[in-house]
Design a binder for this molecule. Structure first.
Ligand code: HEC
Length: 198
């Protein structure tokens, strides 16, 4: 049988170069073949030195799926807390032992900046007052605040419009202006140096 196979392989490889003869006669079907999940998640960044980032896996979920963070143990919960800033790997595993991974970066925000980010909104932020006009596809007045870099670069315009109402209030009327407490958060961040680390 082996000899016959060898000869067949020689002939086959001569005839069709793409023919693969390196496998067994009866290769076991790979149970994980095609297991390629889209891992959807949301996250919160780590604030100050508290190493308190979080990751929430939105998809896939299910009774037979477990999750792990980096080299930790698999857990049934799709929620991870107390994550330090940096690059992390989430692995998901199904009941057949098939795995898939996603790389997720947890950023480090200064405490004052974290409050400003909440006010503005953005990817992974629930709420906020500057969408939809300045988030996602929103680019009103040529300003989009999806990235931290764009918020940091526009600190003076954000203060002028959303705190001092110069030349007119943001959020654009008829939306309410920010509360005094929220305005103060922006002012405090600006006075601290208006960086992502403040
Ligand atoms: C309902 C839509 C809407 C919302 C919400 C909104 N804006 Fe605007 N924004 C606009 C429009 C329209 C313009 C362009 C016209 C103008 O400048 O008044 C603009 C322009 C701007 C500009 C650029 C012009 C300049 O003066 O530099 C900044 C900065 C700005 N908005 C900040 C903010 C901030 C900060 C928030 C949230 C606290 C916000 N906006 C919420 C509609 C909106």
């Amino acid at each position: 049988m082996r000899v016959t196979l060898k000869i067949f392989c020689l002939l086959a490889s001569a005839a069709v170069t793409t023919y693969s003869c390196s496998k067994n006669d009866n290769p076991a079907p790979d149970p994980c073949s095609g297991y390629n999940k889209t891992i959807n998640f949301t996250k919160t960044e780590s604030v100050g030195t508290s190493n308190d980032g979080t990751i929430t896996i939105l998809e896939p979920r299910g009774d037979t799926i477990t999750y792990k963070l980096n080299n930790g143990a698999y857990q049934t919960s799709w929620y991870f807390t107390n994550i330090p800033p940096g690059n992390h790997v989430i692995t998901i595993k199904n009941d057949k032992g098939c795995t898939d991974t996603a790389q997720i970066t947890i950023l480090n925000y200064g405490p004052k900046y974290a409050l400003v980010k909440q006010i503005i909104g953005g990817p992974y932020v629930i709420g906020g007052y500057c969408g939809p006009c300045h988030l996602g596809v929103g680019n009103s007045g040529g300003k989009n605040f999806d990235t931290d870099a764009s918020i940091v670069a526009n600190w003076d315009r954000i203060k002028a419009r959303a705190v001092d109402n110069i030349p007119s209030q943001m959020p654009e009327p008829p939306n309410a202006m920010l509360t005094p407490a929220d305005k103060q958060k922006i002012t405090d961040w600006v006075n601290a140096g208006h960086r992502q680390s403040d």
